[in-house]
Each structure stands twice: as C-alpha cells, then as structure tokens.
Design a protein around this ligand. Structure first.
Ligand code: SAM
Ligand code: SF4
Length: 348
C-alpha cells in the first residue's frame, strides 16, 4: 500500500475517528504521532503582544476587540528593543519560537509594518523561529515577511465555515482562507487552527479539521485553543469544554494531519498536568509558555516557563530546538478510501 497524507477527509470519516472509544482513539493517535514525531519532544513557543487592544473586528471571544469592554488597555506598537529582550529571556528558557501578535484586522503598508519587519529580522538573527499573527495579508506583504526571514504565519480559521459567521461578522471565512492561500504561496510555514468551546457542534469542530487538512501541504502548525472566557465578551458565560472533548480534538487533529505540529494552546492552564500529559500522548507536541502568567494579554492566562519546565521534566520530555523541521518519516501514510480502515490498516 503506497502512503500519502490525506487531504480529502469526509466529515463521516473524521466523526468515526472522533467517536472511537477514547482509549482506542488515544492509542491510534499516539501511534500515528510516533510515526512522524519524537514523542518525547515538545516544541515551545512564546507569544508577544506587539500591539494590544482596540481591534476593529468583533470576534466574539476576543479580549482585544474594541466592541467589548474587557478591561484590556490598548497599547501602541512595542519597541523592537523590548521585543528582543523578551525573546532573549524566552530563548534562555528553552523556547524555540517567538510569535508576534498584533490586534489588527489586516496589515497596512506603513512604518508600523516596517517596524514589524525589523522585529522579524532581529528575532531571526537571534537563531529563533519567528511567527507573526497580524490579521489579513496581501501578496506583497507576505513576500516582505518572507524576505525578512519569517518562519511561520498564524491565521486561525477558528471553526467550521457554517459556524464562523455566528462568532465573527466583520470578516468572512473566505477572507481567512485567502490569507492562508497567500501565505501558502511563499516559503513561510503556515500556522492555522481554531477554538473549541465557542458553542460549536462536534460537526463544526470536524468541519474545521476538514478545512485545515484540505490545505496542501497541511499547515505545519495547528493550534487547538480551548475558549478562555473573557468577561465582557459575548462568550464570557459559555459552558466549560469537558476534558475528554479536548483529548478527542487533539487526537483527531493528530490523525487528520500527522506531520503537523499540534499545539495545545489557550486554555491549557485549565488542564491539570495529567490531562495535559494525556493530550501530549494523543499527539499534542507544541505549547505556548510564558514568563508572565498570561499568554497574549492579561485576559488569557498561561502556564509559566518554570511550571512547564517541571512538567516536561516529570514526563521525560525535552524542548525541541529551533529550525528542526518536522519531516514525515520514511513513508508518509495512506489512509485508503475509508479513513477509519486506513487508521486500522496502520497496524495500530
Ligand atoms: N488578530 C490576529 C487574528 O485575528 O488573526 C491574531 C489574534 S490572536 C493573537 C490569535 C488567535 O488566538 C485567534 O485567532 C484565536 O483563534 C485565539 N484566541 C483569541 N482569543 C481567544 C480566547 N479568548 N480563547 C481562546 N482562543 C483565543
Ligand atoms: Fe482582533 Fe484578532 Fe482579536 Fe479578532 S482575534 S478581535 S482580529 S485581535
């Protein structure tokens, strides 16, 4: 049987995987994980909010939207020197990737973008992978980011196309996909994932995986966020996501996109170490960590460098070095006509 990675998962195939008995699902995901990744290695990233708050978009979960009163103070674009200081401390803590987040709808061709390009050059010169998440991009802007040495661009699809319009009205799913296509036409790696706990159905979660896995090649990083409920946003009182749903989502993401880094992202702080370890077993091989107790803004908490170092040590895991590309093992994997059969056929 030749092996190819699948780009045409059906919802039924993904549902059959997602609904497997949990222990079986974790075992199969862990088996896929080992085919393509070192199961004792964790990619660790650090998010830096380089421009905070006052965002014109209305993403119903976001602390930085100007539509909601969340108590987040808006801050102007950070100085490059401060970004490099934070990156330096992150590198000393073992972090291999720095993610520069700006609360913008889209990038503008102005001196602020030029300053971001300087930050990209500076972090790259430190020997770290640098990611940007700046909103929508044009071809020309993507090319400038590539020329500056950008390693990854994050642009999350967040959920299924059907559910998307219920959480964001100031842009469309198609807008999102256009930026993903723009980035895919460069050598910048793609980081795209989404959020669970928005009120979506399981079908919406799987619809998101269907969208992401249809991208060729699969996004190199797939962040799975658990909604961090921000007071003042429309999502502030959403129901908690059961931990078993988190494990199922991580495991199904792993099977759907075997060579991608699956990042257990926002909301990880709500999982106890044992639950986190189960997610790592199920294929989550990337996390955000922080020198402060928050991820991007004070509204979204994060585990600290020291907590994560203790956790990884306890689990016998090491932090992956920068620029250690994830390459499929000798053979990628086929999942035949029926994905579940394919998963079965992996002798797992
Ligand atoms: N403004 C950029 C954009 O919208 O693409 C960057 C936004 S933020 C840094 C990156 C991602 O974090 C968002 O796309 C969303 O998926 C996730 N996120 C933001 N707020 C969140 C929350 N309260 N809970 C969980 N995930 C969240
Ligand atoms: Fe703005 Fe991004 Fe927050 Fe949406 S997720 S409100 S685009 S900062």
């Amino acid at each position: 049987m030749t092996d190819v990675i699948q780009h045409d998962w059906s919802l039924a195939e993904l549902k059959a995987i997602y609904d497997l008995p949990l222990m079986e699902l974790v075992f199969r995901a862990a088996s896929v994980h080992r085919k393509f990744h070192d199961p004792c290695e964790m990619q660790v990233s650090k998010l830096i909010s380089i421009k905070t708050g006052a965002c014109p978009e209305d993403c119903a979960y976001c602390a930085q939207s100007s539509r909601y009163s969340t108590g987040i103070e808006s801050e102007r674009l950070m100085e490059k020197s401060k970004v490099l200081e934070i990156a330096q401390r992150a590198q000393e803590a073992g972090v291999s990737r720095v993610c520069l987040g700006a609360a913008w709808r889209s990038v503008k061709d102005n001196d602020q973008f030029d300053r971001v390009l300087e930050m990209v050059r500076g972090v790259t010169d430190m020997g770290m992978e640098v990611c940007c998440t700046l909103g929508m991009l044009t071809e020309n802007q993507a090319q400038k980011l590539e020329d500056a040495g950008l390693y990854a661009y994050n642009h999350n699809v967040d959920s299924s196309e059907e559910f998307y319009e219920t959480i964001i009205t100031t842009r469309t799913y198609a807008d999102r996909l256009r930026t993903l296509e723009t980035v895919r036409r460069t050598n910048i790696t793609l980081c795209s994932g989404g959020i669970i706990g928005l009120g979506e159905s399981v079908e919406d979660r799987l619809g998101m995986l269907q969208t992401l896995s249809s991208i060729r090649p699969h996004p190199e990083s797939v962040p799975i966020n658990i909604l961090s409920k921000v007071p003042g946003t429309p999502m502030e009182s959403n129901a908690d996501v059961p931990v078993w749903d988190v494990v199922r989502m991580i495991a199904t993401t792993r099977i759907a996109m075997p060579t991608s880094d699956v990042r257990l992202t926002a909301g990880r702080v709500t999982l106890d170490p044992t639950a986190q370890a189960l997610c790592f077993l199920a294929g989550a091989n990337s996390i955000f960590s922080s020198e402060t107790e928050f991820m991007l803004t004070k509204a979204v908490p994060s585990p600290s460098y020291s907590e994560d170092r203790q956790l990884l040590e306890a689990l016998g895991m090491t932090m992956r070095g920068a620029f250690k590309k994830v390459r499929p093992s000798s053979v990628a994997m086929t999942i035949g006509s029926s994905a579940v059969d394919g998963v079965n056929a992996m002798n797992v």
